[in-house]
Structures are given as C-alpha cells and as structure tokens.
Design a protein around this ligand. Structure first.
Ligand code: D41
Length: 677
C-alpha cells in the first residue's frame, strides 16, 4: 500500500499533538485537554498505524503501551562508565569532602565555591541514548561498565521523551538519571495487587527495579514509572551550558523531568541547610529519597577534579542516617542454601523502618547470634539504611522468659543430620541431592545471570515447577515445553510467559564451559575457579576425570576445593545429570588450551598508575596476572611497562626518568583483547 503525503503529514501532526499533551500531563502536571480527548487522538493514530504499519515509528506515542516481548536482555557496554557516588553520613565526612576539593582547587576560595544541591532519588540509575533527538536505547547501570538493554520497557515510561523538544537536536546525547515509582503510584499498585492476590513489592525501589527488568514491555507499561534526569555524559553536535544547574534546566527544556528541589549556593553552610530542609520535607515528597547529592556546579571545575576509583571527586551523596526501630524477636528459622549451609533468619514482630515493614532479618550465622547475645523474646534494635538490608544491631531489653537460639540437629526441610564446621560458625544440612531446599537453591543458581542466564525464569516459577513435579533437577529444564508448563496449571502462568521461558531455556544450550561449570554449583567453585578449570582442562570430560593431584596443579585451586570437586563428580546422581545435559544438546565453543594457558607476560613486571576508567585497576591487575605478569606497586629499572591512566602522578614521572615504557589505557585494552582476556 502506498502512503499519501497527506496521510504522512497527519501522522506527524498526531505525533506532535500527543507528545505535547503527554508532556503537559506527565511532566508539567498541567493538562490542557481531557483524558477522553487525549484518547481520541491516540486511537486515531493507532488506527492509521494498524492500516499502514510502515508509518509506525519507534518514537510514535503509541509505542508507550508495550509491544512485543523480547527473548532475552542484551548486554550493553557503556561508552563512558557509569560512576558511583561517594557517601557522607555526617558533617565531618562532608568536611572531608570539602577539604579534598580545596586541595585540588588551589586557586579557589573554598567558601566561594558554588554547589548544585539535588535530591538523591531512591530509584535505579539508567542511561539513555538519543540520536538526532530520537530515543534510541536505554540501559541499566549494571556494574557500571556494562548494563542491560531495557529500551523496550523505558519506551513505555510516560514522562520519558521519545523525541527531544527542540528543532536542533544534538547528533548524539547521552542522558543519565533515575527510574522510580512515585509513592502514590506504588501504593495504588500494591493495593490492586493485594486485591488480586498477587505478590506485593516491599518498596517503590524494588517495584521500579522489578518493572524494568521484565522481558515483556506490556508489564512495565502498566506500572506507574517515572524518569528523572540528572546528568549528560555525552553530547555531539551541540554544546552544554557551563554549570550543572544550567544543564538540568536545559534538560528540562528538552522535555525531561527533573526534580523540583534543585538549588545552588555557596559553602558548606548552604549544603547543611539544604540537607536539613529536605530531611524535614522528606515524608511529604512524592517519591522516596535516601539523601541529597552535592555537586560542584561549574563543569570546568568538575573536569579539573576528575575521579578516583570510579567516583567523581566533585560530587558526594550526603545520606540520611539509617533508621532505627525496636521490635521483639519472636522466633528464629533456619534456611537451607545451595550448598546446604544453614542461615538463621530472625522472625520479628513486623516493624516499619526506613520506609518498609520488616518481619524477617537475616542473622548470617551462629557467630553473629553469639556476638549479639540475642535470645528469642528479647526486644532488639533494627537498623535499615536506604538501600541496604536490615540488620539487628543490639539487644535493647531482655524478655521476661527468653529461649536461647540453638542450631537444629536435623535439617528443617529434609530431616538429614546437620554437620558443623570446626569453628562452630557454619552448619550444613547433609541431605545434599535429597534435600528439596538445596535442590531449589541450586536450580536458582543454575539459571542465574552469571551461570546459564535463563532470563525470566525466576525463583517463583522454579518453585512452582518443582512443586508440580515438572522438574526434579536442573537437567529436567531441557525436557520442558510450553504445553507441559501450561498443563501444570500454574497460577499466573500464561501462554506467552511459558513460551518466553522455553525460549530462555533453549538459549542457554549455547553456553561456555566456564558458565556451565559455574552453574553446576560445585562447592568452592565460583566464577574464577570455573574459568581456571575451563582454561586448564579445556574439556568437561577431563575435568570430570581429574585426580586430586591434577586439580591441585591448576593455578588457584587448593586442596580443599580439589577435594570438593572430586567428590562432586564421584556422586552417581551428578554423573547421570551431566549425561542428561549432554543429551539435551548443551554445547560450548571448544577451548584451545594452548591459547588459554599461554602466558605471554611471564617474567615481566608491570605497574598500574592513575585512573583506568574502562577496566578499573583491580580488574586490569587480575587480567595482567592471568597473562603471567607480576603487577607491582613501584617503578624500577626492571619494570617492563607502566600503564598510566588519567591523572597519573609520581609513578609516571619515575617511569619517564628511568626510561621505562609507558602505555596508555587503550594500549593495555588492545593487548588484553589480543589475548582474549
Ligand atoms: O538522584 C540520584 N540518585 C542521583 C544519582 C543524582 N541526583 N545525581 C547523581 N549523579 C551522579 C554523577 C555525579 C556520577 C553524575 C547520581 C549518580 N551519579 C548515581 N546514581 C547511581 C550511581 C551513581
């Protein structure tokens, strides 16, 4: 079907109008037309797009309502790493922050230094890319270096501009900010979920995180999410204003929502006042915050200050203190983990602290219980700071008739005997493959992100699959299909979901040997050891048949891990399982052991200095060591190469004096890439 110019113009006009009214409603909170009128325009556009799918562009306002589910999340490498923020919890820590600024801004009168003060929104940091003014991609912060592509969900957020409000958009713009769920929306959402008997979210932050980590954008589209912009990290084909405050105002003019509480002022007195004001108004805000963020306002000064260990020197999160509450310890249950380790969990009388109601608190191990000296019936202090898990900090009062907390003699799930380590700290269920709790935890580990990465197969479903007898162990996942899942009549499970789960499982069949070994969940075999095993033996059968001696010869594997590895592969059930994986068609690229083991830098001594912005120093060190190099802290004549990152200091000078080879970060990255580490 050909499209007339008139129709095209009509579609553009509808885009324009819908965008305008959307912005009035969601960003400015000042609608000009009624919901019904808006809906009419929306339906008009939708109808045209249905007839002429070629007119449906990704930035069309209709795209906010969802669309196709994706099969799995793509990993995105941030062109510029997403930094973290240093914390200050007190006036004295704030003074430390200022002192360090003073050291580096020598010619500046510190009392005259201007700050931009913002709220610290308690959401999820994300990054958005706009090309020629059109939203192209959005990703989670992840570990700062790589995140996940969540564009399909971000598109559904009503106040997130799909197109920038300017006639001359930059060629490229990267905006960072927070996705959050405002409190009112959260309360409404949870109330509805409760009525329907669905799961509730503990707090708005979890709700936001859970919403953007969905494969199906129709879910995010139904959640009341909002995006608040806080910085620009890349811009091409346009210029940024000179200060953070002006950058925020500019973002606002482009159509982004920024927080209403942004102020500039000079010196720490201004900062303290802003902090106190916000702390007082905190309960009245539309969303959760966990402090304020203080930034040096002048972007040129930010440049001068730079960053250290992935935190900008020019910004600090001035956090509100952890919140305390008192409650009664009612009982202690023991949860069984993947390796059988028992974790004591305190059940307390529900108490509201730090924005959530808490009734379960992990006590980690028996040592912690002894250290706190708590008994069942005691009144205890509970502490929760913003984003950290709650803990019991002390006994406030001994109860009238208390009961000591004791380790059970047998597993609360499978009744197998409990075995303790020598120090009496860790206790383990000996049930192993016969313990349902261990089996479930291991399944969850098997599909987890760093293992087989079966996205969308959350623990909620695994639990159901086990309960309904669909699976008994991880290898059984590969015998599932959508019909079998649907036939089990699991509540909340639909055709689409079942298909997504099967797609995710099928995808895991193509994996790497390292991931697979890690996924098995062998005691003592984490990611690093899995890599070492894969690279050393190159083949699953060789690992399976390896003797104690052979295993100990692998770099970084000691006697204890070797013993656990041998024991794992000796267990007949595990052998059967491995065969089932092979039968299911799990494959991984062949490993060239020579290549993997060759250590081209043996005998060399390297020094890292300055900020390595892509890798970070620890990671760079580990990778160089993997190639056989020794990484040292000081430069001498014998040093082979000094890698100098941003703001390298005296070590760089030493290297130049001694005539030692100096590399920049890119040269190091090239070398690592060449050797595939
Ligand atoms: O509101 C926030 N949570 C917030 C987070 C904010 N207002 N500003 C921020 N600024 C930065 C820098 C200084 C690195 C641009 C941040 C964050 N970072 C941040 N959020 C999560 C990690 C880092």
């Amino acid at each position: 079907m050909s499209v007339s110019p008139e129709l095209m113009a009509q579609v553009m006009a509808l885009h324009e109008q819908l965008r305008y009214h959307n912005h009035r409603y969601y960003v400015l909170d000042a609608p000009e037309i009624s919901d019904a009128q808006y809906d009419e325009l929306f339906q008009q556009l939708k109808k045209i797009e249905q007839h002429y799918p070629e007119l449906q562009t990704p930035d069309s306002p209709t795209q906010r309502v969802g669309g196709e589910a994706i099969g799995a999340f793509q990993t995105i490498t941030h062109t510029i790493p997403m930094l973290s923020l240093g914390n200050a919890f007190s006036t004295s820590e704030l003074k430390d922050f200022e002192r360090k600024l003073k050291e580096r801004l020598e010619s500046v009168d510190i009392d005259e230094l201007e700050y931009c003060a913002e709220l610290k929104l308690d959401g999820l940091a994300i990054s958005l890319i706009y090309e020629n003014g059109v939203f192209k991609q959005g990703a989670t912060r992840g570990d700062g270096a790589t995140g996940e592509d969540i564009s399909h969900n971000l598109r559904t957020i009503r106040n997130l501009p799909l197109q920038l409000n300017t006639l001359k958009p930059p060629l490229l713009l990267e905006v960072r900010g927070e996705v959050l769920m405002p409190r009112a929306g959260f309360d409404k959402f949870n109330a509805e979920a409760q009525q329907k008997g669905e799961r509730l979210f503990a707090n708005p932050r979890n709700a936001a995180a859970g919403s953007v980590r969905q494969l199906d954008p129709n879910i995010a589209a139904k959640r009341p999410l909002a995006f608040y912009a806080y910085s620009v990290t890349q811009i091409e084909g346009s210029q940024l204003p000179a200060t953070q405050y002006e950058v925020l105002q500019w973002l606002k003019s482009l159509g982004f929502t920024i927080s209403d509480d942004i102020k500039t002022g000079k010196g720490l007195a201004f900062v303290e006042k802003f902090y106190a004001d916000i702390q007082q108004r905190r309960p009245l805000l539309a969303y959760d915050i966990d402090g304020v963020v203080i930034k040096v306002n002048d972007l040129a000064k930010q440049q001068v200050l730079g960053m250290v260990s992935r935190e900008p020197r020019w910004a600090v999160a001035y956090k509100f203190p952890a919140q305390l509450a008192s409650t009664v310890l009612e009982s202690v249950d023991f949860q069984v983990g993947r390796t059988g380790a028992l974790t004591p969990v305190a059940r307390v009388k529900p108490v509201f602290v730090g924005g959530v109601t808490i009734s379960n608190i992990t006590l980690h191990n028996m040592d912690e219980i002894r250290r706190l000296g708590i008994e069942i019936g005691d009144t205890v202090e509970v502490c929760r700071a913003g984003d950290v898990i709650p803990k019991i900090t002390q006994v406030l009062a001994r109860g009238e008739s208390t009961v000591a907390i004791e380790l059970p003699l047998c597993c609360p799930v499978c009744q197998s005997p409990i075995i303790q380590d020598e120090k009496g700290v860790i206790a383990r269920c000996s049930g192993d493959v016969y313990c349902d709790a261990q089996v479930q935890r291991r399944l969850a580990h098997f599909v987890s992100r760093k293992a087989m990465n079966a996205d969308g197969l959350g623990e909620r479903w695994l639990e159901q699959f086990l309960e309904k007898g669909l699976i008994k162990q991880s290898a059984d996942l590969y015998a599932l299909n959508a019909e079998k899942i649907l036939a089990a009549n699991i509540e909340g499970m639909g055709e689409k979901l079942a298909e997504n789960i099967i797609t995710a499982i099928t995808k895991t069949k193509q994996t790497t040997l390292q991931r697979f070994i890690y996924a098995l969940g062998i005691r003592g075999v984490g990611e690093g050891t899995s890599l070492a095993l894969a690279q050393y033996f190159g083949d699953l059968d060789k690992i399976k048949d390896a003797s104690m001696e052979a295993l100990i010869a692998v770099p970084d594997i000691g006697e204890v891990s070797a013993k656990w590895i041998v024991a794992y592969f000796q267990e007949p059930l595990h052998q059967q399982q491995l065969q089932a994986f092979v039968d299911a068609g799990l494959t991984w690229p062949k490993i060239d052991i020579e290549q993997a083991q060759h250590q081209p830098l043996v005998g060399q001594s390297w020094v890292l200095t300055g900020t390595l912005s892509t890798l970070g120093r620890d990671a760079a060190k580990a990778k160089l060591q993997q190639l056989g190099a020794k990484v040292s802290g000081s430069v001498s004549k014998k040093t082979s190469v000094v890698v100098a990152g941003a703001e390298a200091g005296s070590k760089l000078a030493d290297a130049q004096k001694l005539g030692v080879t100096v590399w920049d970060e890119q040269q190091l990255l090239d070398l690592l890439a060449e050797h595939r580490v």
